[in-house]
Design a protein around this ligand. Structure first.
Ligand code: NDP
Ligand code: GDP
Length: 327
């Protein structure tokens, strides 16, 4: 039975990846950072009914000693580095922490792997945010990067360290340049989930309006459940490499609102208010990915449409709010 170590197992992708790897017969071990509320750790793993089937170990991406110890005791065959300060907006408030965790943290995991077992297969969660101020209309593995936030700068460092460890030490280190991917388990601060949560509250009469920032930005949104399959496929290849993972369709926040509100028979224009407080110091206006390399080499393509995903998210938020409000 192969063993996978997942950093960031308590996050959105960590939960879906755990579910996928368990279904394939893996032993799944997750690195979890110390929290004052240990009882709430694993809410997403519980949602997918996998909490009882994964092992959790204490550690932190900023603590190399903990990573070395975990590598030694867990003896993983595959390491998926998903842990990060992952919210772009927060990266301007905590740029140095973001650099430490999202950037140097990845280097720590690579170092732990190099020291303990350089033959381990390593996945780095890179991001389309690295394209930032886009240099090509459709972004592929060949598109030059232009990061626009401390988050994206940190991810770029981690990405190049992954490439460098592959080239310097021959490690099986791959980087997935994933475009935005969402699900009912997405953090509520991200725009898709903020919208679906808002739609549910407005539909149930618990709120009347939803304040958002830039409605004109567009994103290439896919489903996290589909995207974790691409992560796994990358580590099953003979050779490590970098792959863009995307749907090839880009949609504005405005149209996302239209789709989400209309799912419950509401008009978004009657409820959405633009609040400049949610504008960013520097914006990524458009992202649109070309995943043809992943399709050709991995046989991967996105399966879930934006409409189906948004409906699933709105329905899940309706269930959550009905339960909370006792409706
Ligand atoms: P989440 O924000 O949902 O999860 C982040 C995870 O990192 C959580 O488990 C969190 O733990 C953990 N973490 C944060 N800081 C530390 C630390 N110092 N030490 C150990 N663990 C830590 O992210 P997603 O699941 O959405 O994304 C997974 C990865 O993919 C991230 O690296 C993200 O940046 C990247 N990515 C995501 C995209 C997306 O659209 N979702 C697109 C491209 C890349 P805790 O529960 O304690 O907070
Ligand atoms: P990101 O692509 O990783 O930054 O993912 P987000 O979901 O946080 O943001 C996607 C886009 O939605 C960005 O261009 C934001 O500026 C835009 N956006 C507009 N209003 C909001 C909002 O209220 N919250 C967030 N998070 N993003 C918003």
């Amino acid at each position: 039975m192969p063993t996978a170590l997942i950093t960031g197992i308590t996050g959105q992708d960590g939960a879906y990846l755990s579910q996928l790897l368990l279904s394939k017969g893996y032993r799944v071990v997750g690195l979890v950072r110390r929290s004052a509320s240990a009882d709430v750790i694993g809410a997403r793993l519980h949602w997918l009914n996998v909490a009882d089937r994964v092992e959790l170990v204490d550690g932190n991406l900023t603590d190399l000693s903990s990573l070395i110890r975990i590598m030694e005791t867990v003896k993983p065959d595959e390491v998926y580095n998903l842990a990060a300060q992952s919210f772009v907006a927060a990266s301007w408030q905590q740029p140095l922490l973001t650099g430490n965790v999202t950037g140097l943290g990845a280097a720590n995991v690579l170092e732990a792997a190099r020291i303990v077992n350089p033959a381990v297969r390593f996945y780095q969660a890179s991001s389309s945010e690295m394209f930032g101020l886009i240099q090509e209309k459709i972004q592929s593995e060949k598109t030059p990067f232009y990061p626009r936030s401390p988050y994206a700068v940190a991810k770029l460092y981690a990405h190049w360290m992954t490439v460098n460890y592959r080239e310097s030490f021959g490690m099986h280190a791959s980087s997935g340049i994933l475009f935005n991917h969402e699900s009912p388990l997405r953090g509520i601060e991200f725009v898709t989930r903020k919208v679906t949560d808002g739609v549910a509250r407005i539909k149930l009469g618990l709120a009347n309006e939803l304040a958002l920032g830039n409605l004109d930005a567009t994103r290439d949104w896919g489903h996290a459940r589909d995207y974790v399959e691409a992560m796994w496929l990358m580590l099953q290849q003979d050779k490590p490499d970098d792959y863009v993972v995307a749907t090839g369709r880009t949609t504005s926040i405005r149209d996302l609102c239209r789709i989400a509100f209309s799912h419950v028979g509401l008009d978004y224009e009657a409820h959405v208010r633009v609040d400049p407080a949610f504008f960013r110091p520097a914006e990524v206006e458009v992202l649109l990915g070309d995943a043809s390399k992943a399709k050709k080499a991995l046989g991967w393509e996105a399966k879930t449409s934006l409409e189906d995903m948004v409906s699933e998210m709105v329905d899940a938020d309706l269930v959550r709010h009905r339960a909370k409000a006792g409706l």
